[in-house]
Design a protein around this ligand. Structure first.
Ligand SMILES: [Zn+2]
Length: 494
C-alpha cells in the first residue's frame, strides 16, 4: 500500500529531524513584484537543480502523476481543500480546528510565495480550506458548529508495522471521507463531476494519528501524516517545518537520504547557498532559497506538458456567501468575520476575504471602516448598550489603510537615527490614543472600547507622520505629541 511505503520512509525522517530547533511560525520569503522566470535562476543553483531534476525527480517520476499540488491547485482554481483525518481520541476545540486551517494555509502559501509572480503561475495566494473532519469518535470535536462537516465512517486499521511514540496505542480504526468527494480517487478522470460541485471535493488529508512518533511524518499527493500531538504543537509554531517538508513531497519533491551523488542522495558538491534544503531532513528548518528555486524549476519543467494544466480556466471562481457579514464565506456570520475584516482594513499580511461583498454592509461597492462599524453593530445588536458610530475615529482608520504602505521608509529613517522606530511610534500612538479615547469613551461599553482601541492602535502603529498629524487635528490635542518627553512607564503596548 502506498501509505505504508511512505510511512517507512517517514520513520527515517523522524530520526533525522530530531535535532532541529523550532522555527518561527512564519517564514518570510522575498519575491519581487516583477515577473520572474527561469532565466533569473542564480547561476550557482544551476548545477544542483539540473542534477536533482535529472537524477532524482525525473528518474523517480515524482512529478509524473497528474495529482501533484501544482495539479490540485490549478484544478481547484486557486484552492486546496483538506479533510482532517483525526485518527485519535484527543479532543479538539473549535478554536484549534480553525487554527489548523490557518496552519495549513500558512504552509501551503509558504511554498506558493515562491511561485507567485513566477512565469505564468496564476496565483498570488492559495485559498486553503478544511471542508470536513473524518473522525473515529465524534465526541472528540468539542463545541461542534452547525456549519462543520463531520464524517464518521471508519475501517479497520492494522498498526502492526507502525512505529509508536512508546506512550499511546495507535487506534485500530481509520476514519475516512466519502470517496466520491476525493480528488485522489478521481484525478485521472478529468471529466469527473464531484457531487455538489468542485467546492465539495477534497484534495488532501491532514492525517493525524495518535501514538505516532512525536516528530517526523510522511507526505504525498494524498496529504500529510503526522502524530496528533505534532499537529497540535504546530498550532503554536513548533516544528512547522516538518509539515512544510511533507507538503514539499506533495509537489513532487524527493527526500535526500542517500549520500553525495548517490541515486537516493543529494547533488555532488552539496546544496548551493549554504542553507541546505528542507527536503534533506535534519539539514534545514525552513524553506530555503534553494528550495524555492527548485520548486520554480519544477514548475518550469512540467507546466507545458500537453493537456496537463488548464491555465485558460484557472481563474478562481467568485465566492459568494448567502450570509450577511460572512466575509470568510464559511456559512455563518461570527466574531471571526469581524476580526478578518478588521485585519484586512489594517492591511495585516496574509489576510484574505473569501467573500468581501458579504462585508459591504454600507453597500457602496468597497470595504472601509463604515462597513466594520455596521458589522459590529450587527454582531452586538442584542446587547443592551448600542454601538455609536465613531465616524471620525473610523475615518482615521480608513485613511491609515490607504497610506499603510509608506510606513517602511519612515521606520528605516528613524532606525538610522539610532532611535527604535517601534518604540517611537508606540509612544506617540499611546499618547494620542489616550486623548482620543477620552473624547469618545462616553458612548461605548468597555468591551467595545477595547476593540476600537486595538484596531486604531494597530492602524496607528503602522501609519505615517502625515496620518498621525491628521489624527492630531481630529483630536485637537496636537500638543500632546512629544514622544521624547513621555516616560516609558506610561506606555502600554498591546
Ligand atoms: Zn520526506
Amino acid at each position: 500500500m502506498k501509505h505504508k511505503k511512505a510511512i517507512s520512509a517517514l520513520l527515517a525522517a523522524a530520526l533525522c529531524l530530531t535535532g532541529i530547533s523550532a522555527q518561527p511560525f512564519r517564514q518570510e520569503v522575498s519575491v519581487t513584484a516583477s515577473a520572474v522566470s527561469i532565466s533569473d535562476l542564480p547561476a550557482d543553483f544551476q548545477y544542483a537543480t539540473d542534477w536533482i531534476w535529472t537524477n532524482r525527480i525525473e528518474r523517480e517520476q515524482s512529478t509524473a502523476r497528474r495529482n501533484t499540488i501544482f495539479d490540485q491547485v490549478i484544478a481547484g482554481k486557486g484552492t486546496i481543500n483538506y479533510v482532517v483525518k483525526w485518527q485519535s481520541y484527543q479532543t479538539v476545540t473549535y478554536e484549534q480546528r480553525q487554527q489548523f486551517e490557518t496552519m495549513l494555509s500558512t504552509c501551503i502559501n509558504a511554498w506558493n510565495d515562491w511561485l507567485a509572480g513566477y512565469e505564468n503561475w496564476p496565483y498570488d495566494h492559495i485559498d486553503v480550506n478544511v471542508t470536513g473532519w473524518a473522525v473515529i469518535d465524534k465526541n472528540c470535536l468539542l463545541d461542534l458548529h452547525d456549519n462543520e462537516t463531520v464524517y464518521t465512517d471508519t475501517r479497520y486499521y492494522d498498526a502492526q508495522y507502525d512505529t509508536t511514540n512508546g506512550r499511546d496505542t495507535i487506534p485500530d480504526k481509520e476514519p475516512y471521507a466519502p470517496l466520491e468527494l476525493s480528488r485522489f480517487e478521481h484525478f485521472t478522470d478529468t471529466n469527473y463531476e464531484y457531487p455538489g460541485g468542485l467546492d465539495k471535493r477534497f484534495d488532501m488529508y491532514m492525517w493525524a494519528t495518535q501514538g505516532f512518533p512525536d516528530i517526523g511524518g510522511c507526505g504525498g499527493d494524498w496529504g500529510q501524516r503526522l502524530s496528533d500531538t505534532a499537529y497540535l504543537s504546530m498550532i503554536n509554531g513548533s516544528g512547522i517545518h516538518v509539515l512544510e517538508h511533507e507538503i514539499g513531497h506533495g509537489f513532487g519533491m524527493t527526500d535526500f537520504y542517500g549520500g553525495e551523488g548517490e541515486s537516493d542522495g543529494f547533488p555532488p558538491g552539496g546544496f548551493p547557498s549554504g542553507e541546505n534544503s528542507i527536503m534533506m531532513a535534519g539539514s534545514a528548518a525552513k524553506i530555503t532559497d534553494f528550495d524555492g528555486w527548485m520548486l520554480r524549476y519544477m514548475w518550469t519543467k512540467i507546466k507545458d506538458e500537453p493537456g496537463r494544466f488548464d491555465l485558460a480556466n484557472a481563474a478562481p471562481d467568485p465566492v459568494v456567501s448567502a450570509v450577511t457579514g460572512d466575509v470568510d464565506a464559511n456559512g455563518v456570520f461570527e466574531k471571526r468575520d469581524i476580526e478578518l475584516l478588521r485585519d484586512w482594513l489594517i492591511a495585516k499580511p496574509e489576510t484574505v476575504l473569501n467573500d468581501w461583498q458579504a462585508g459591504d454592509l454600507f453597500a457602496d461597492g468597497m470595504l472601509d471602516a463604515r462597513d466594520l462599524t455596521l458589522l459590529k453593530r450587527l454582531m452586538f445588536a442584542d446587547e443592551a448598550e448600542p454601538v455609536q458610530p465613531e465616524t471620525r475615529l473610523l475615518t482615521a482608520l480608513h485613511s491609515s489603510r490607504r497610506i499603510w504602505q509608506s510606513t517602511a521608509p519612515l521606520c528605516r529613517h528613524k532606525a538610522q537615527r539610532g532611535l527604535s522606530c517601534s518604540m517611537w511610534i508606540s509612544r506617540t500612538a499611546n499618547m494620542t490614543m489616550h486623548q482620543a479615547l477620552k473624547n469618545c469613551s462616553g458612548s461605548h461599553s468597555a468591551r467595545q472600547m477595547k476593540t476600537v482601541r486595538a484596531i486604531h492602535l494597530r492602524a496607528f502603529l503602522h501609519s505615517t507622520a502625515e496620518h498621525r498629524k491628521a489624527v492630531c487635528i481630529w483630536t485637537g490635542r496636537c500638543s500632546v505629541i512629544r514622544p521624547k518627553k513621555i516616560s516609558l512607564s506610561t506606555i502600554k503596548t498591546r
